[in-house]
Write a protein that binds this ligand. Structure first.
Ligand code: SAH
Length: 347
């Protein structure tokens, strides 16, 4: 029998493991869950409230292993980027980003590589390797939270699924992970603090909406179907009107809004005409637009937009009555854009 990493079990599956596989009373589930997700335990000898017999039996069929930090870079601006190795040696990235009042937002990956192949994205260029498991997705949070605690830094506040991969192409593991992190005996991160960034896949968005587990941010990046097809051809297989219709039925609570991300690529989608088209497209919707200046890399077919143009673009949206913000570019000195660190490692 192959041993299982207990990080990969949801609460329900851990309970089945405790009761059926181990033949232990149900309350052991809570104890083990707490050790794993609250106490950062990685060895069974630490789990002192378990019986000695159980502590001996557990390692015969299971273990607790976090993703391993193989590289860590800290930017001048406080951004910390981790390159993590998974159990099969595959590499993924996660980033801690300082936000207001010393709090941190963590950017999480959900897949090794990505199948969407957006033309501007480093991860897209790598192609799809595999989905990340429940334990691998949440393991990033364990690593991030530990780093903050060890360095006397403030709390992890928000989570954004904006790292490597298309989260909604790994929907089951994503939703299990969202449910697990809500668990009050564990990570205790409420769903209101999680944002799932996606190219916009209607069927999956409908399921996420019903689950009430997280809010979506949509990587729109173009105001017309035609331009979207050019810069993100696979994502654009979902026609814009179908995507918008799906978002119009996404259940929102009072004060909540859908976020649209708009990556500004110099000379491609950053003219004021594009801004007008965007305002026309989204104008009446309950949404906000988050403008992201493209982070160019070497040998890149795209260039970063002129900073003044970014401001003009934002202003036009405000003039049209929309809410728009410009995402601060963090960690530029450590290649913190999607897939850049891994790309530099040649794997
Ligand atoms: N697949 C999901 C989540 C991962 S990408 C999605 O598409 O939303 C997270 C965000 O980073 C997306 O908006 C993506 O378009 C953007 N992005 C990718 N490469 C970038 C780059 N080089 N500079 C700035 N943003 C980038």
């Amino acid at each position: 029998m192959t041993k299982i990493n207990l990080l990969d079990l949801t609460y329900d599956r851990l309970e089945a493991f405790v009761v059926e596989t181990l033949g232990e009373p149900r309350f052991r589930t809570q104890q083990i869950w707490r050790w794993i997700w609250q106490q950062d335990a990685r060895g069974f000898e630490e789990m002192t409230n378990l019986s000695k017999d159980l502590r001996m039996r557990l390692p015969l069929i299971s273990y607790v292993r976090w993703p391993e930090v193989v590289d860590l870079q800290r930017s001048q601006d406080g951004t910390v980027k981790f390159l993590l190795s998974l159990e099969d040696g595959r590499l993924i990235e996660t980033v801690l980003i300082p936000s207001v009042q010393g709090r941190y937002t963590q950017c999480l990956s959900t897949q090794v590589g990505c199948a969407m192949a957006c033309t501007f994205c480093n991860t897209g260029l790598m192609g799809f390797e595999r989905n990340m498991t429940h334990g691998e997705i949440l393991g990033q949070i364990l690593v991030g939270r530990r780093y903050l605690a060890d360095n006397g830094l403030a709390d992890l506040r928000n989570l954004v699924f904006m790292g490597m991969g298309e989260p909604l192409n790994n929907l089951d593991n994503l939703m299990d992970a969202l449910r697990s992190m809500n668990n009050n005996l564990g990570l205790k991160i409420s769903w209101r603090r999680a944002t799932v960034s996606t190219v916009g896949l209607p069927k999956q968005l409908d399921i996420l909406g019903k689950s009430e587990l997280a809010l979506p941010a949509i990587s729109l990046h173009a105001p017309t179907q035609e331009l979207r097809e050019q810069i993100m051809p696979k994502a654009a297989r979902v026609p814009l009107d179908e995507l918008l219709a799906c978002l119009d039925r996404f259940p929102l609570r009072p004060r909540e809004r859908i976020t649209f991300e708009y990556l500004l690529l110099g000379g491609v989608n950053d003219s004021l005409e594009h801004a007008k088209q965007l305002a026309r497209l989204l104008g009446q919707r309950r949404c906000k637009v988050n403008l992201i200046a493209y982070n160019a890399t070497e040998n890149d077919p795209y260039r970063s937009p002129d900073p003044d143009q970014v401001i003009r673009f934002e202003k036009l949206l405000w003039d049209k009555g929309m809410t728009a913000t410009i995402r601060r570019s963090m960690g530029a000195d450590i290649k913190a854009a999607c897939g850049q660190l891994k790309a530099g490692k040649g794997k």
